[in-house]
Design a protein around this ligand. Structure first.
Ligand code: SF4
Ligand code: SF4
Ligand code: SF4
Length: 283
């Protein structure tokens, strides 16, 4: 039976962010469910360039865009300004991120690029705790959210040890990585995998002996969850390759995750304030 998984060869990662930009470009117009997905693919070179061109973390980029695009419009056409701000700010969720975790002291400094992404756990606690069945797992192991059933209770955010879930402000639902299920169903790779210039993210069927993922996980003893192994026993299906590279402590990874979560919260608040400004103008 097909069981999708991803390997992250973290020692090869350049931290360029092209995978994050590719995810945004691919999923910008989607809801969190493939059931409603309207694919609007962009050429992969453009996805990479989005990250390079803005030279900014994507979330900050969207807040600035919301402000810029609505600044002049707010007096002329407040309804349109509101619609635009909501649309842009509604994108302030990131299904995947790459954090730089730095250790050591100059001149002996080490870096690990830690990848936050849904692990599509075989024993997914987010699915178990969901009171409405909004979080569910397909037969091929991909974990999805049905926005029509999500009541935003937040139980799944608390249950996920990998900080994989965020609130999608615009659609008022939980959002997370879908392994680009809409692409996989058409025989394509997830957008981040296709875009990575360094072949860091490798995707395939863990049960297919012909797949690269099958071979790497077995031959290289890849570990699920984090470079240290799983955070909890959720049977994570995103694997890290062991490498001679720096492995920050679990505490350092947790600290970084918390800092990033706080940063996202701040950005979302800023974004929401941009929407409120336009809402005031329409009253
Ligand atoms: S995984 Fe690939 S695309 Fe993503 S940051 Fe690393 S090198 Fe860049
Ligand atoms: S990583 Fe989190 S959101 Fe993804 S399946 Fe596992 S528990 Fe659920
Ligand atoms: S926030 Fe939505 S997806 Fe998460 S547990 Fe609650 S209803 Fe389920």
């Amino acid at each position: 039976m097909t069981r999708y998984a991803m390997v992250i060869d973290v020692a090869r990662c350049l931290g360029c962010g092209a995978c994050v930009a590719a995810c945004i470009a691919e999923n910008l117009n989607s809801s969190s469910s493939v059931l409603e997905f309207q694919p609007k693919p962009a050429p992969s070179i453009l996805r990479g360039l989005l990250g390079v061109r803005t030279n900014k973390p994507p979330a900050e980029y969207f807040v600035e865009e919301a402000d810029k695009e609505t600044r002049d419009l707010v007096d002329k056409n407040p309804e349109e300004a509101k619609r635009k701000a909501q649309e842009i700010v509604g994108r302030l969720w990131l299904r995947t991120e790459v954090y730089e975790i730095v250790g050591g002291k100059y001149p002996n400094v080490d870096i690990l690029f830690y990848h936050r992404i849904c692990q599509h756990c075989d024993k997914a606690p987010c699915v178990t705790v969901c009171p409405t069945g909004a979080s569910f797992q397909r037969e091929d192991g991909i974990v999805l959210v049905d926005p029509n059933k999500c009541i935003l209770c937040g139980s799944c955010i608390a249950a996920c040890p990998y900080a994989a879930r965020q609130v999608n402000l615009l659609l008022k639902t939980i959002d997370k990585c879908t392994f680009c299920a809409h692409r996989v169903d058409r025989g394509l790779l997830p957008a981040c995998v296709e875009t990575c210039p360094a072949h860091v993210r490798i995707f395939g069927d863990l049960d297919d002996p012909n797949s690269e993922v099958y071979r790497i996980v077995r031959e290289h003893h890849a570990v699920p969850g984090t470079p240290h192994g799983p955070m909890r026993h959720t049977a994570a299906r995103v694997y890290y390759l062991p490498s001679s590279n720096y492995k920050p402590s679990v505490e350092a990874i947790e600290k970084q995750k918390e800092e990033e979560a706080n940063r996202m919260e701040e950005i979302q608040e800023k974004g929401w304030n941009a929407v409120k400004k336009t809402e005031k103008a329409t009253h």
